[in-house]
Design a protein around this ligand. Sequence first.
Ligand SMILES: Nc1nc2c(ncn2[C@@H]2O[C@H](COP(=O)(O)OP(=O)(O)OP(=O)(O)O)[C@@H](O)[C@H]2O)c(=O)[nH]1
Ligand SMILES: [Mg+2]
Length: 507
Amino acid sequence: MANELISHISYLAESALAGLPDGLPRRGIGTVLEKLKDPLRIAVAGRVNAGKSTLVNALLGQKVAPVGTGETTKVVVYYRYGTRDSITVVGKDGTSWTCPFASGHCLPDDLGRPATEIARADVTLSNAVLRDFTLIDTPGLAAGTRVHSAETERFLSVDTSGLGPEDCAAVAEAAALLFLMPHATGTDRVVLESFRALYESTAASAVNVIGILTHVDRLAAADEDPWPHAKDAATELGRTMRTLVADVVPLNTLLAETAQTDDFTELDALALRTLAATEPASRGRLLLSVDDLLETETAGVPHDVRTRLLDLLDLYGISQALAAVDEGAHGAGSILDRLRAVSGWGSLHRTLLDSFVRRAAVLKAHAALCDLRSVAWRFADDAAARDWLRWIRDEIERLELDPSLLDLRLLDIGRRASAGDLDLPPDLMDDLFRLVGGTAASARLGLPPDATPEVVQAEAVTAAARWREFANDPLRSPPERRIADEVRAAYEAIHADISGHGRGDRV
Ligand SMILES: Nc1nc2c(ncn2[C@@H]2O[C@H](COP(=O)(O)OP(=O)(O)OP(=O)(O)O)[C@@H](O)[C@H]2O)c(=O)[nH]1
Ligand SMILES: [Mg+2]
């Protein structure tokens, strides 16, 4: 169903493209079409050093994005699927040039010109992961030097002031966002709020933003389990950011990267086995601090190997690897299994698949409608484009009324709720975010995954009744009633789907 919708939207954009003279409206529509044809674009954003590039590497399963302390990523980098690996850099003046990979098949520091003159880098990789989505790494928000931070703000926003030849009109670049937060402080909320203000007129909302709490290993001492604390912190953050993000998932980004890429070798496993065999008194000291790890006397593991282990695992990862060796793990594979399990990777990956990848078509359609609407209004007075843009607006209105687009309208309702435009009681707000954020019927109703069809149906009836009651409240405004009717209809559709005479797949 969502694919049918994408065909409709593509038809709209292609027709307008054929009819419009060259100019900003036509370029804007061209960009919408290009984005619609691409795999889902997922941007990774957050403060400097949050672990964005580390996560990009973990998702790609290869270490291609440079990581490091300090301000590392200086330009917006697209990682796209292609049959040949290559790097093309696009300058702000519209010119483009290719660049060789640095050693280790990494993006080089030197991209041929100063970062301030670069619009973006396009890295094409023959990496199967990128068939599902295009990944976009961004410079840290609110970074030390405002220049790179401003670059991300420009990328995320739809501001058309100072349009360069590479800029498109009124079109946000990504349809979904992973927002990284290294510590549970108020600062990230401020960053996220300002980010949302930039994104206001686009499709970003609790529907298509996943928050990721990174560096969770730093929430406890190396030999303590940080997970209880990390889960509580993520739940609390999820609550306070409920209108901004679909979910907050805790992740040890560093361990996820090491477990998912192939840097960790049998030599590293050997070094860990040697460390694990250290006599007990010294071994106890090893994990007290980075200095202790580097300086405690033990035979067979030189300083540079310990530094490497710290880079790959940090203290918590080393402590987990030693525990795995104690329990019988021997080779690199079995040690990495343990590290993957304690990194939180499984949960992040599941959330990403459920919230973004399986819903790629509907997220793309949603973003494209928002973008088209935005272009059609922004240039409504453009004499050469007026008639085409009016036609697009009419067609969007017609598409949005189609009953098959109920789920798309729900996304929009979710977006308005995220933006604080809807004043709903907390229990209905919870209903709405669950309904919009989930894919499985049980998750959309807040039930466990193994809930029986009977339980799911009963819950759908109860939820529909809640919204019917809200719609029937005489104090409610007509728009509020219309929204309540849409949500009730969604619950009825879930009920009908389970009865076997439903309307088919969700859009
Ligand atoms: N201990 C620990 N270190 C991490 C984690 N994630 C990333 N790091 C380290 O943190 C540093 C910064 O990581 P990057 O991925 O370069 O961060 P970034 O957000 O891309 O930073 P900028 O590009 O500068 O904005 C690197 O040294 C990583 O190895 C984590 O979960 N735990
Ligand atoms: Mg980076």
